[in-house]
Write a new protein. Structure first.
Length: 103
């Protein structure tokens, strides 16, 4: 069995994001990931995203959703599979989407 870790797979996709661009993963309601998705479904965004963009971080004030948009491979899975339809995937600046030259 041959497997790859997520960060290597993100690197292989040749996706790049400028450091100063706005986040292209927008939450319609920032409270939904914790109040709804975490409470009812145990935060499925941590599992359906193939690049591990979404992460629940436990802090002293309680859990919060952290979006690691720099890892996004622009598959739009989050826009499709979010149970609350709260994540809006918008086109990132710069056109640095995936490029698979050997496929």
């Amino acid at each position: 069995m041959l497997t790859f870790d997520r960060l290597s797979s993100v690197f292989i996709s040749n996706t790049n994001h400028n450091e100063d661009q706005p986040c292209h993963l927008v939450l319609e309601d920032p409270s939904v990931p914790i109040k709804v998705n975490l409470a009812l479904y145990d935060a499925p965004e941590q599992r359906y995203c193939p690049a591990g963009v979404y992460e629940i971080v436990n802090e002293a004030s309680g859990p919060r959703l952290q979006i690691n948009a720099q890892n996004c491979v622009h598959c739009k899975t989050c826009d499709i599979k979010d149970p609350a339809q709260n994540i809006n995937w918008v086109v990132p600046e710069g056109g640095g989407g995936p490029n698979y030259p050997n496929m």
